[in-house]
Write a protein that binds this ligand. Structure first.
Ligand SMILES: [Zn+2]
Length: 545
C-alpha cells in the first residue's frame, strides 16, 4: 500500500466532489465519502450526470461491501457520522480490494482494460466527458485543439465512473451503457449523503453471483444484477502516461500538476451482445399507455428518456408530466421506479419522498443537455389511492391541453389578413408559428409544473373529498389563467401587423383554448375510471386520522 509517484488509489485519494454539511466544497476519497457520509450534504459535481454517476458508484461500493442491512444496522446508522468502518472491510482478501481501486500504475487498474496497456494511446481524454469538445464537434462554446485538453487523475476517475451511467452510442461500433441511451435517473434523496445512501441501500435486483466490475474471475449471474449494472463498462480504456508541464492544466477543474492527455478508448461491453435481462432500479419503466404517442421512434421504449430537444422541443418541455406521473405511480407490486418504492418503506411516517431526477437529452452520439429536476411528495398523499389518483388525473388533464392547436392557424385569420395582403403586407410564415410554439412550450410548461407542485402539496393536506375537490378547482383555475396569459403573449410575438390584429389573434386563441377545455371536460365525463369512480370504491379514504 505504498504511494509511489505513479499510484493514485481512489480509496484514499481525494477525487469525489462533495459539499460538507457546513457548506464548504471539497474533494474526498471513497473511504471518507462513506465513513463521513453523515457530515456530507451531497455529492456536488457541477454536472448533474456526474452527480448521479458518482452516487450510483458509491452505492455499488457500499452494496458490494455489505449486501444486506438488518433493522439494527439501520438503527445504528440513523444519526451516525457515517458508515461504520468495519462494514467496509468485509470483501476480498487483505489488500485485494485496495488494489482494485488503483487508477494508475503498471498492474491492473480501476475501470480499465489491462490488455490495452501495450497500445499507443491515440484518443483525447475529452472522450470521457460529453461536455468537453473532441474531434470535429462544433456545437461547443469553447473551441480547442484536442491535443491541448488534459485531465487530472481525479477528473479521469470521474470520467470513467460517468461512462457506466451516461455513455451514449459513440459511432464506429461503440455501444451505449447498460441502459442504452442514458435514461432519466430518478433517485430518492435525503438531507445528508448518509441519508441518501440509507434510502437507496440495498438496491435490487441483487442476483446470486452478482459482481462489480472490479471483481475478477467470478461466475456470471443469470440476470444482470445491480452491482454489475451500476459498474457496467461500455468502453475499454487505458489512460495514457501522466505528464507534468507548467502550461498544462486540467480542463475540468483547472488544477495543475500531473495530467493525462491521451488514452486508449475502444468499445467495451455491449448490452446487446450480452443479451441478459436487466431492470435498473433508478429508471422509470413505463407502462404502454404512459409512453409518448406523438409518432416518435421511442414509442416502444419502456424506459423514460429525455426526448431529442431539437425535434421534440414541446415534449422536452413537458417531461415533468412523465417524471411526475412515474413518481406518483410508485406504489404496489410493480412500481415504475423500483428504488422509490424501497425508499418509501424506509422513510419514517409523516415525511415526504424527495426524488432528484437526472435528465440527459441525447441522440445517438450527441449529448444536447443535462438537467436536474426534482419532486417532493408527501408520504400521506402517496399512500392514499384517492389523492394520488386525483393528482395523476390532473397530469392527464394537462397533457390533454395541446397548446399548439390553440394558436390561430393562417386560415383562421384569413379574412383579417386578406385585406392586409391586398395592401401589400406579408402573411405570417409557419416559422413564426413554430417560434411561438417554442416560446409557449418552454415557458408555460415550466410555470405549469410549479403550479402543479404546489397543487400536490396542498392536496396532501386535504382531509375530505370536498376540500380535495376545491383544491383541484383552484389549481385548474390558476392553470387556465396562466395559459390565457401565455397564449396572449405568443400572439403578440408571432402576429404580424398592427396591435389590432394581435388582439384579434388573441381572441381566437382564447376561443380555441375554451374549446379544448370543453373537449377535455367532455372526455372526463366519458372516462370509465376517473377519480369519480375511485371515490365510490374507496369511501374509507374520506377522512384521515
Ligand atoms: Zn481535474
Amino acid at each position: 500500500m505504498t504511494d509511489k509517484a505513479d499510484n493514485y488509489n481512489l480509496l484514499v485519494k481525494p477525487w469525489i466532489p462533495i459539499l460538507w454539511a457546513d457548506g464548504n466544497p471539497a474533494r474526498v476519497s471513497i473511504r471518507t465519502a462513506l465513513i463521513e457520509a453523515g457530515r456530507i450534504r451531497q455529492i456536488a459535481a457541477s454536472n448533474p450526470m456526474d452527480n448521479v454517476a458518482l452516487l450510483r458508484f458509491l452505492l455499488a461500493v457500499l452494496q458490494w461491501c455489505k449486501p444486506d442491512l438488518t433493522g439494527e444496522d439501520r438503527d445504528e446508522i440513523k444519526n451516525a457520522d457515517g458508515i461504520p468502518e468495519h462494514w467496509l472491510r468485509k470483501r476480498g482478501a487483505e489488500g485485494e480490494a485496495y488494489a482494485a481501486f488503483e487508477l494508475l500504475g503498471a498492474g491492473a487498474r480501476f475501470y480499465q482494460d489491462q490488455s490495452l496497456s501495450g497500445e499507443k494511446p491515440k484518443r483525447p481524454v475529452s472522450d470521457l466527458f460529453a461536455y468537453l469538445p473532441a474531434d470535429t464537434e462544433i456545437n461547443h462554446f469553447r473551441h480547442v485543439y484536442d491535443r491541448t485538453i488534459a485531465l487530472c487523475p481525479a477528473c479521469c476517475a470521474v470520467g470513467l465512473v460517468r461512462l457506466s451511467a451516461a455513455a451514449t452510442s459513440g459511432g464506429s461500433g461503440l455501444s451505449p451503457s447498460v441502459n442504452n441511451a442514458p435514461p432519466v435517473y430518478s433517485v430518492p434523496i435525503g438531507d445528508s449523503l448518509l441519508e441518501t445512501l440509507r434510502l437507496n441501500w440495498p438496491l435490487h435486483p441483487s442476483e446470486e453471483d452478482d459482481c462489480a466490475a472490479w471483481e475478477t474471475g467470478k461466475p456470471r449471474a443469470k440476470r444482470i444484477g445491480v452491482l454489475e449494472g451500476f459498474t457496467w463498462q461500455p468502453r475499454a480504456v487505458w489512460l495514457g502516461p501522466l505528464v507534468e508541464e507548467d502550461r498544462r492544466k486540467c480542463a475540468r477543474c483547472g488544477s495543475s500538476g500531473r495530467v493525462a492527455c491521451q488514452m486508449v478508448f475502444k468499445k467495451g461491453r455491449s448490452r446487446k451482445a450480452d443479451g441478459r435481462a436487466y431492470s435498473d432500479p433508478h429508471v422509470a419503466w413505463l407502462a404502454k399507455k404512459n409512453r409518448p404517442n406523438d409518432g416518435g421512434s421511442d414509442a416502444k421504449d419502456p424506459a423514460l428518456r429525455g426526448p431529442d430537444p431539437l425535434k421534440r422541443s414541446v415534449r422536452e418541455a413537458a417531461l415533468w408530466c412523465q417524471t411526475g406521473r412515474a413518481v406518483l405511480d410508485t406504489v404496489g407490486d410493480d412500481p415504475p421506479i423500483p428504488s422509490l418504492a424501497c425508499a418509501m418503506e424506509r422513510l419514517p411516517k409523516g415525511l415526504s419522498l424527495r426524488v432528484t431526477c437526472f435528465e440527459p437529452f441525447t441522440k445517438q452520439k450527441k449529448t444536447f443537455d443535462e438537467h436536474r429536476d426534482g419532486w417532493d411528495v408527501s408520504l400521506d398523499l402517496l399512500r392514499s389511492d384517492y389523492l394520488r389518483g386525483l393528482a395523476i388525473e390532473e397530469i392527464r388533464w394537462v397533457e390533454g391541453l395541446d397548446l399548439s392547436k390553440c394558436l390561430p392557424a393562417r386560415q383562421d385569420c384569413q379574412n383579417a389578413y386578406d385585406a392586409a395582403r391586398q395592401r401589400g403586407a406579408s402573411a405570417r410564415s409557419d416559422k413564426t408559428k413554430d417560434a411561438a410554439q417554442s416560446i409557449i412550450a418552454a415557458d408555460v410548461q415550466h410555470r405549469l409544473c410549479d403550479l402543479f407542485r404546489n397543487f400536490v402539496k396542498d392536496l396532501a393536506k386535504e382531509h375530505t373529498e370536498d376540500a380535495a375537490g376545491r383544491c383541484v378547482t383552484r389549481w385548474r383555475d390558476a392553470a387556465v389563467s396562466l395559459l390565457r396569459d401565455v397564449l396572449d403573449r405568443a400572439c403578440f410575438f408571432s402576429t404580424a401587423g398592427s396591435p389590432l390584429r394581435r388582439l384579434e389573434a388573441a381572441e381566437i386563441t382564447r376561443k380555441k383554448l375554451d374549446q379544448t377545455l370543453e373537449k377535455l371536460a367532455e372526455s372526463d365525463r366519458k372516462l370509465p375510471s376517473g377519480p369519480a369512480s375511485k371515490r365510490e370504491s374507496e369511501p374509507q379514504k374520506r377522512g384521515r386520522a
